[in-house]
Design a protein around this ligand. Structure first.
Ligand code: PNS
Length: 188
C-alpha cells in the first residue's frame, strides 16, 4: 500500500496541549506527519517563526515520523511540494466546523487530489486555543495544563512584567483579605 503523508498546517502561536494531542493522534495513523507552521507576514505573532519551530521540535522529538517545517504561500502548493496527500485539521467544537468546512472546500477547489482529514483532540482540550492562551498569559494569568511546560516557560519569559504584576496583585489581595479576617476575628 502507498505511504500516506499528511500535513498538519497552522499558526501554532503558541503550540497548545490541544495541538500536541492532535499531533500524537495523527502520528499514529499517518506514516509521516509534517507539522507546517505558516510564515504569516500579515499577522504579528507573539512568537517568532524560529521560536515556534524550536518549541514544536522539542515537543515532538519523541515522535520519529513527525517533522516540523515552516511554509509560506498557499498551503495546497506546499502540501504538494512535500508529497502530502492529506491535510490534518483539528475540530474542537461545532463552532470550528463552519470555518474548517469552508477552508477544506476551498482547498479542495484549489487542489482536488488533497484530502482534508478532521480529528478531534481530547475533550479536556476542547476549549483551548492559542488565542485564548495568549489572552490569559498577556494578563499574567495561569496557563498550566493548557500548554506544554516548555511553552509555559517561554510565555513567562516573554511576558515577565505581566506575570510579575499579576503575582504582586494576587499577593496584595491575599494580604489584605488576611488582615480583614484577623480584624473580624478580633471583633468576635
Ligand atoms: O492555526 P490556524 O491559524 O487556524 O491555521 C490556518 C492555516 C495556516 C491552516 C490557513 O490560514 C492556511 O492554510 N494558510 C495558508 C494560505 C492558504 O492556503 N490560504 C487558503 C486557505 S483556504
Amino acid at each position: 500500500m502507498r505511504k500516506v503523508s499528511a500535513l498538519y498546517p497552522g499558526s501554532f502561536d503558541p503550540p497548545t496541549n490541544g495541538h500536541l494531542d492532535l499531533i500524537e493522534r495523527g502520528a499514529k495513523i499517518f506514516e509521516e506527519l509534517v507539522v507546517g507552521i505558516l510564515r504569516n507576514t500579515e499577522k504579528s505573532p507573539m512568537f517568532s517563526l524560529a521560536e515556534r519551530l524550536e518549541m514544536l521540535k522539542t515537543l515532538t522529538a519523541h515522535l520519529k515520523n513527525v517533522r516540523i517545517e515552516a511554509f509560506h504561500g498557499l498551503m495546497v502548493e506546499y502540501a504538494k511540494s512535500i508529497d502530502a496527500t492529506c491535510v490534518l485539521r483539528g475540530i474542537r467544537a461545532v463552532s470550528d466546523y463552519e470555518y474548517e468546512l469552508q477552508m477544506a472546500l476551498m482547498n479542495r477547489k484549489l487542489e482536488p487530489t488533497l484530502e482534508t482529514v478532521f480529528m478531534m483532540p481530547a475533550d479536556k482540550y476542547s476549549y483551548v486555543s492559542s488565542r485564548l492562551v495568549r489572552e490569559v498569559a498577556q494578563i499574567g494569568g495561569p496557563v498550566k495544563g493548557l500548554v506544554p511546560e516548555v511553552v509555559e516557560q517561554k510565555l513567562r519569559e516573554k511576558l515577565e512584567p505581566a506575570y510579575k504584576f499579576h503575582d504582586e496583585m494576587q499577593e496584595a489581595t491575599a494580604r489584605s483579605s488576611g488582615a480583614k479576617e484577623k480584624k473580624r476575628k478580633r471583633k468576635v
